[in-house]
Design a protein around this ligand. Structure first.
Ligand code: NAP
Length: 327
């Protein structure tokens, strides 16, 4: 029996390749550090039944039209804002993601970023390496306390909850904003619901964990930043476009908020021309929220399992558009 054909848009961990090779004939973009060029992807997909994608691939109407045989787009990420979900459903294409396996790793990174930003770790490291450390003095490189502070979580889902659990170890008061109340977590974690504006007014740290969707684009803009305390820290490990970067830059320069810790940007990879990178009160990371060895392997194998299920007539475990499933 001939195996279904699939295309893989990047070099992925061996364990995931083995899963795919067991059930499919695959072709692959063999580079790790460069995304597959769009024209190559458009040439590769007309004959395949499934495609393994990363968040660097835009799966839109044009791509779906060029892929009449594709049954599944298996995205190696929990977020799927790179995929036009409505278009995929219209074309009868299943879309899958990799929820859960990256939750704790991304929450760890969020907390690392929160601590690094609050306590100015990167600035302090530079200060030392540049030979500027001449003496100890009372207000040298002073930051904000994390222990006992108020944390406002925007999007108390899987990662937001994992961040809230870590915050308990720092005796933080946890506020959250979601479209739906999480009374289970209010009981278990002592999290308190607040409308967004109230959360922004009260929080010492605001951490964003809502997904990118049309209604969350620029959820944090000039008006929202103006509600925050001058000592507040904004952390974003979700998706860059949830924050209006121009408004954030002005708020930071004018010291209307204390600092920002960013793992994600409106345009990625971030340009060195981005003025946020010139600010000492910004800690910037290259989208490494889920980047532990074990988690990246789990994400790749989860996406591989979804892909194989989708091209062999089974319902994939992590289907995000049930409309794409033809049963
Ligand atoms: P999740 O479990 O689906 O949680 C998302 C939360 O956001 C839910 O609590 C949801 O609650 C809330 N939400 C959705 N729309 C909202 C809106 N319009 N306003 C306010 N809250 C809203 O997702 P997750 O697994 O925690 O992942 C969250 C996001 O993190 C992903 O979408 C991805 O973009 C990002 N991420 C980034 C990295 C990284 O490397 N930096 C790694 C992993 C994930 P309601 O439905 O009640 O509103």
């Amino acid at each position: 029996m001939t195996k279904p054909k699939v295309y893989i848009t990047r070099l992925i961990p061996e364990a995931a390749l083995e899963i795919i090779a067991g059930a499919c004939d695959y072709r692959i973009w063999p580079e790790e550090g460069t995304p597959v060029p769009r024209d190559i992807l458009l040439q590769e997909i007309p004959t395949v039944a499934g495609v393994f994608t990363l968040l660097t691939e835009k799966v839109d109407e044009e791509l779906l039209r060029a892929a009449p045989r594709v049954k599944i787009v298996a995205n190696m990420a929990v977020g799927y804002d790179n995929v036009d979900l409505a278009a995929a459903s219209r074309h009868g294409v299943m879309v899958t993601n990799t929820p859960g396996v990256l939750t704790e790793t991304t929450a760890d990174l969020t907390f690392a970023l929160l601590l690094a930003t609050a306590r100015r770790l990167l600035e302090a490291n530079q200060y030392l390496r540049q030979g500027r450390w001449k003496t100890w003095y009372p207000m040298l490189l002073t930051g904000q306390d994390v222990y006992g502070a108020t944390l406002g979580i925007i999007g108390l889902g899987r990662i937001g909850e994992a961040v809230a659990r870590r915050a308990r170890g720092f005796a933080m008061r946890v506020l959250y904003y979601n479209r739906h109340r999480r009374e289970d977590l209010e009981r278990e974690l002592g999290a308190t619901y607040r409308p967004l504006d109230d959360l922004l007014r009260e929080a010492d740290f605001v951490s964003i964990h809502a997904p990118l969707a049309p209604e969350t684009r620029h959820l944090i803009g000039e008006r929202e930043l103006a509600l925050m305390k001058p000592t507040a820290v904004l952390i974003n490990t979700s998706r860059g476009p949830l924050v209006d970067e121009q408004a954030l830059y002005l708020a930071l320069v004018q010291k209307r908020i204390w600092a920002a810790g960013l793992d994600v940007f409106e345009a990625e990879p971030v340009s060195l021309e981005n003025p946020l990178l010139r600010l000492e009160n910004v800690v910037a990371l290259p989208h490494i929220g889920s980047a532990s060895v074990a988690t990246r392997v789990k994400m790749a194998t989860t996406a591989a399992i979804n892909l194989v299920a989708g091209v062999t007539g089974q319902r994939p475990p992590h289907l995000v558009n049930p409309q794409g499933w033809k049963g």
